[in-house]
Design a binder for this molecule. Sequence first.
Ligand code: IPM
Ligand code: MG
Length: 385
Amino acid sequence: MDKIQIAKEKFEKILEKQLKRVEMINANKEFKNFKALDTITIGVCGGDGIGPRITGEGHKILEFLLKDEVAKGKVQFKVIDGLTIERRAELNKAIPDDTLAELKSCDVILKGPTTTPRKGDPWPNVESANVAMRKELDLFANVRPVKVPEEGIDWAFFRENTEGSYALGSEGFEVDDDLAIDFCVTTTEGTERIARAAFEYAKANGKNRVSIVTKANVVKTTDGKFLKLCNEVAKDYPGIEVDDWYIDIMTAKLIDKKRRTNFQVLILPNLYGDILTDEAAEFQGGVGTAGSANLGKQYAMFEAIHGSAPRMVQEGRDIYADPCSIFRACVMLLSHIGYTDAAGKLEKALDICMYTEKKVVITGRADGATSAEFSQYVMDTVAKM
Ligand code: IPM
Ligand code: MG
C-alpha cells in the first residue's frame, strides 16, 4: 500500500481515540469527595529498583501518622507489587491488567519510581508506566512545589499531565526511512481543568500571581490554544495577576536571582513542565528532595520525582537510598485526602531532619544512615511535636 495511505489510516485511528478521550473527559467533571467515603484506600505501589525500599518507608510513616484512622476503619492500605519492569516486559504492557485493576480499586496511590525502557535497553520499548498511569487514571494535574525559603523561592508548578507531546508519545510513526512524525495534543477541557486547578490553588493559598508558560510564538496551534484558554480562565480570578512567558526565556529567568522570586504559580503544557520542574528542583537540592502529586477527579497518585536507581540495587546499596522525595509525596497525599494536620507535622519534621537538625544523614552509601534509620528519625521527630 502507498505509504501516505498507511499514514492516513494510522492518523485516522489516532484521531478516533483522541476524540473518544475528549468525550470521556468532558463527561467526568466531578471531583471525588474523600470526606464522604466510608473508607479511603491508599495503594502502595513500589515500582522498580530502590522503589519498593523507599515506598516501604513511606508506607511505615503513613501507617504511623494515620494509626487512629486505620483503627477506626476510615483508612486502609493495599500493597500493590505487580508493577516491576520484569513483569511489564514479560507481558509487553505499560501496566499489566491485574495491576491496573488493583490501582483502580484504590482512591489514592503512593508510587515508587518505575524504570522507563528506551531504545537499546534489554526491555521491549513499552510505554512508561508513569505516563500510562497518568493517562489511565486521568491524572491531569502534576503539581510540583519547590521551596528555598532563604532564597525567597516558593513556586508551585501546575504541569498538564495527560496531553501535549506526551498524549501520543508512543504513537508517532516513521512514514518511511527518511520521515518520522510525532504529535502534540491540546484539548479545551484538558487545558481549562489544569488552568482552573492552578488558579484555585493560587486563590486558596493567597498567591496573587500566575504565570503561563508556552512556546506559542512557534508551536502556534496547540500552545496557542493552551495560552488562549488559560487567559480566558484567568478572567474568573480578577484578584490574580497573570503574565505569560515563553519556555526558553522562563528557563533563563529561573536562574535570574532578581526575577525568579516574583514567580509563584506556574501553568505549563506537559513537556515544558517536565523539563522546568527538574531545573526548579535543582535549586532546592535536586530531584531527590522534591515530591510530586498527580491529581485527577477520581484518583490521585503521589510519587518521588527521581528515577529507580537500578545501580544502587546492583551494588547492594538500596538500603541506603534517600527516601526524602517519597516522604514529600506522603505530605501531599495526606493533605489531599484531608489530613492537613498530619501533613503539616510530617512536613515540619522533614524540614528539621533534612535541613536544620540533621542528626541522621543519608549519603546513599554505607558511610550514611539507611532509609529505615532515617524514617525512624522522622517518626521520632513527629512524636516529639
Ligand atoms: C517525570 C518523569 C517522567 C516524565 C518519565 C519517567 C516518563 O521524568 O515524572 O517528570 O517524563 O513525565
Ligand atoms: Mg521529569
